[in-house]
Design a binder for this molecule. Sequence first.
Ligand code: TMP
Length: 202
Amino acid sequence: MADRKKGLHISFEGIDGSGKTTVSTNLYLKLREKGYPCFYTVEPTFMRVGALIRLHASRIRNAPQYYLALLFAADRVEHYERIIRKRLEKGYFVISDRYVHSSIAYQGGLLNDPEWVRIINNRVPPPDLAIYLDIDPENALRRKKVSGPFEDASLLKKIRRVYMELVENGELVMVNAEKPLEEVLGEVTKIVESRLNLDLSS
Ligand code: TMP
């Protein structure tokens, strides 16, 4: 049984266009409806380093990945220390749209060096549960229709490959995000119930 006094951190992962925001928001609302104290957050953040990353992502397409990896890691330390840790100490469920596995998959995949990315992120603890929404990159690009820094099928394939390794080693729990939304939401609810020993049925 999970220690409720300590709170629980659930992160959502996936390539751009996998539906993370819709699915994570749905879980947040469901937990809130059940009366659990919960907090929703995203990475990159809107704090100091997060704002800098957002500027790079929108204006500078060729920023070196090593530099971006360090910025994402710095943003995460600030996120954890100033936001996540405090909420967990108060017993909240913290739902985050992206966390450490995004860096391992994106920067690790693009640099072909996930272990280095893991090392620079070892100042923050892993989440209690990380859910990965899997989608074929071509389908994700068709769904999203807007362009961002990593929206190229060959880059997304490299990123997906690392996510799959993280599923295989048990760090991520995979959900097929190509299924109809209601099914995806139902599967996510079941995973949260069984992994965290909760009852979210209405
Ligand atoms: P978003 O589309 O989920 O808002 O994420 C913004 C972009 O930042 C997305 O393309 C993924 C990327 N990203 C990384 O490359 N590494 C990271 O560590 C994080 C948190 C996001």
